[in-house]
Write a protein that binds this ligand. Structure first.
Ligand SMILES: [Zn+2]
Length: 328
């Protein structure tokens, strides 16, 4: 486990806080999905628990705490994620109560106990309230690291009790060389664009089945815009897909169309490999309609997360998209 090249600055900053004894009891790592927040948090936890970190704070990988962490059984490290039994994919209150109990014990070996909580915004209401109590009376020697792609969804009272550490999307000149050394299938620059510049997300997309899936969804999206297919059929097919991914791609298509209408040569296109197709489509569409379409898509995404009927929602979106695009 190594430090990702674009994380050096944050790493030094946290190591300085550690060296000067200024680490708070709770950190909130926030930033877009796919920039490596969790990898960083794991490495930092290792660094704090390792007996012989090197001069930059990187863990040795050989001492007993390093071995215990690698095998997932270190007694001073707790990883909290959504309960597998929770249908809503939430972190449940019992998990947080268990944490409050375990953090009252003193650390077994060194001076730190570390709790990693991810994705922090997935705590249920009662879990968040229980967690707030833990933050109000922080157990001595415990560092809680919350990780969130959407920190605005956390209770403001939780946010204000954590020190915010922001992870930004790295510049392409740092992300691309790293990605080039990792990919097997796709073109690194195309993948990075498709992932909105987030390198770990780009690496996830380096999967030939996934890239084929994107092609077929995009083909249907364009066929709808040209009035060549049945929106109800498309919705029925799309309802079976990974909806998070579908919404992410779909919003990327609409944003690209808006960008192509606004400027001649946009630099941040998601779908760089389809520039010409999108350009032709963009010329036929009204930008006000496109913006309304994008807003509807964002609202539908929230409704799907609230477990409303996804096929019906998708139908209304595909019919709306075809109505706005195809009749021009
Ligand atoms: Zn070590």
């Amino acid at each position: 486990m190594t430090l990702l090249p674009w994380q050096n600055t944050i790493w030094s900053r946290l190591q300085q806080m550690r060296d000067s004894g200024r680490l708070p009891h709770a950190l909130l790592f926030s930033g877009p999905q796919g920039v490596g927040k969790e990898l960083f948090a794991q490495l930092f936890a290792k660094s704090l628990l390792c007996q012989e970190p090197d001069s930059s704070g990187l863990p040795c990988g050989h001492c007993q705490p390093c071995h215990l962490l690698a095998s997932g059984v270190h007694p001073d490290f707790t990883n909290i994620a959504p309960d597998v039994e929770s249908k809503s994919g939430e972190i449940l209150v019992d998990t947080i109560r268990g944490l409050a109990f375990s953090t009252t014990l003193t650390s077994t070996a060194g001076s730190h106990r570390i709790v990693l909580l991810r994705p922090a915004e997935r705590m249920s209401n009662s879990a968040a309230n229980a967690f707030l109590k833990t933050l109000e009376e922080p157990p001595l020697g415990t560092l809680m690291i919350l990780i969130s792609d959407r920190p605005s969804r956390l209770l403001p009272t939780i946010r204000s009790r954590c020190q915010l550490i922001g992870f930004a999307t790295p510049p392409a000149e740092q992300a691309l060389p790293w990605l080039e050394a990792q990919v097997n299938h796709g073109d690194p620059a195309m993948l990075l664009a498709l992932a909105g510049g987030t390198p770990l997300r780009a690496l996830e997309l380096d999967d030939s089945a996934l890239l084929e899936q994107r092609d077929s969804l995009l083909t249907a999206f364009i066929a709808l815009a040209e009035g060549r297919t049945d929106p109800v059929k498309v919705a029925a097919d799309w309802a079976k897909q990974d909806l998070n991914m579908l919404f992410e791609w779909w919003s990327g298509w609409l944003i690209d169309l808006l960008q192509l209408q606004a400027v001649e040569q946009p630099v941040t296109l998601f779908n760089k490999d389809r520039r010409e197709t999108f350009k032709q489509l963009a010329e036929r569409l009204d930008s006000g309609e496109l913006q309304r379409n994008l807003q509807r898509l964002y609202r539908a995404r929230q409704d799907v997360e609230a477990n409303l009927n996804s096929q019906l929602l998708l139908e209304s979106l595909t019919i709306d998209w075809m109505g706005r695009a195809a009749n021009r």
